[in-house]
Ligand binder design. Structure first.
Ligand SMILES: C[S@@+](CC[C@H](N)C(=O)[O-])C[C@H]1O[C@@H](n2cnc3c(N)ncnc32)[C@H](O)[C@@H]1O
Length: 315
């Protein structure tokens, strides 16, 4: 493949796409040199990219002749390397076998240990190595391999919040206050409860009874939109929202919360409708101090963070 095609291109970043949102990633970038499976090569380092699983920030595209030469190049550039298998898989695996073993990549929540810097590499053909020691996300494919809790949460939505908190490296402290809008059946409320926060869950539908009975959980059965953020007597440490509604309503609600000054942290799911409307998403991306990311555990959704956790900044 395309060594020659890439030879004259300026590639400043390689984006790893979620295969279900490859088109969105390309639309967002605009300037794309090449797409090879889920790798998108671009001259642009886009600081506010939403639809990338990960970004390889210092991509090197080099010719090599032997496995030992490739290994030497990688060893000189970094300690740990993750193979993204693309072409010449057997040869790629032989290179991988010569590199240092990776640390454990499965995690409990909250993460117990810091994930060390791990570079990624792949082969474009028998003699072309692509690698980047510097990447955006901690986990090699941009997804935390969580050891799931199949017993306690009422559904799998908890994984979205686990990922959001871990990715941003932002964890509530015990005793923090939290408002969980669109909380039922209670996956996110469950997560916040395990972290020791005092949560008010709000939903038109009931919480699962065993979540409603947990200590420090209060439930308001009403619309999330009936709460006026400006009316709150005390600011809330965490305002979370997973309400199933049109993005425009979510946008209005986010702006109400930010303008009220009554929320220290916001984590909101933006539910995308049908074909992704990049223009709508751009509105969220333009909110000063915010950040929009399509999480690994987001389906046809994206997640809005405010303020932007420093861990999510690119570069
Ligand atoms: C995806 S589910 C939320 C899942 C939840 N985060 C969890 O972890 O279990 C979306 C929720 O939004 C709720 N919802 C829809 N419109 C609402 C509104 N206007 N106010 C409050 N909740 C609403 C639905 O009842 C539903 O429970």
């Amino acid at each position: 493949m395309p060594k020659t095609m890439l030879a004259n291109a300026t590639i400043n970043a390689i984006y790893l796409a979620d295969p279900t949102h490859l088109t969105e990633l390309c639309d967002e970038l605009g300037d794309v040199s090449h797409v090879i499976e889920n790798l998108v090569f671009s001259p642009m380092v886009k600081q506010d990219i939403c639809f990338a699983r990960d970004v390889w920030l210092e991509p090197q595209i080099v010719t090599f002749n032997s496995i030992s030469e490739a290994v030497k190049l990688l060893r000189a550039a970094g300690k740990y390397w993750y193979l993204y298998p693309l072409e010449n898989i057997r040869r790629s695996r032989l290179i991988e076998a010569e590199l240092r073993n990776l640390p454990l990549l499965t995690h409990t929540f909250p993460l117990q240990e810091a994930i060390p810097a791990i570079g990624c590499f792949t082969l474009l053909d028998k003699n072309t190595l692509v690698y980047s020691a510097k990447r955006w996300k901690k986990a090699p494919l941009g997804d935390f391999q969580f050891i799931e809790d199949k017993t306690n949460p009422p559904n799998r939505a908890y994984l979205k919040l686990w990922e959001a908190l871990s990715l941003g490296d932002i964890y509530p402290s015990a005793g923090d206050t939290a408002l969980d809008l669109g909380a039922s059946p209670g996956g996110w409320t469950y997560v916040m409860q395990t972290l020791g926060t005092k949560i008010t869950a709000v939903d038109k539908a009931p919480l699962e009874p065993r979540i409603a009975k947990l200590p420090n959980v209060t439930f308001l059965q009403q619309s999330a939109f009936a709460l006026n953020p400006a009316d709150l007597k005390h600011p809330v440490d965490w305002v979370l929202c997973d309400v199933a509604c049109y993005p425009e309503r979510t946008y209005e609600l986010i702006m109400q919360w930010i303008n009220s000054g009554n929320a220290k942290h916001l984590i909101f799911t933006i539910k995308l409708q049908g074909k992704t409307d990049i223009a709508t998403l751009e509105k969220f991306k333009k909110i000063p101090g915010g950040r929009v990311i399509h999480l690994f555990y987001n389906k046809h959704e994206a997640t809005f963070f405010y303020p932007e956790p420093t861990q999510l900044q690119i570069g």
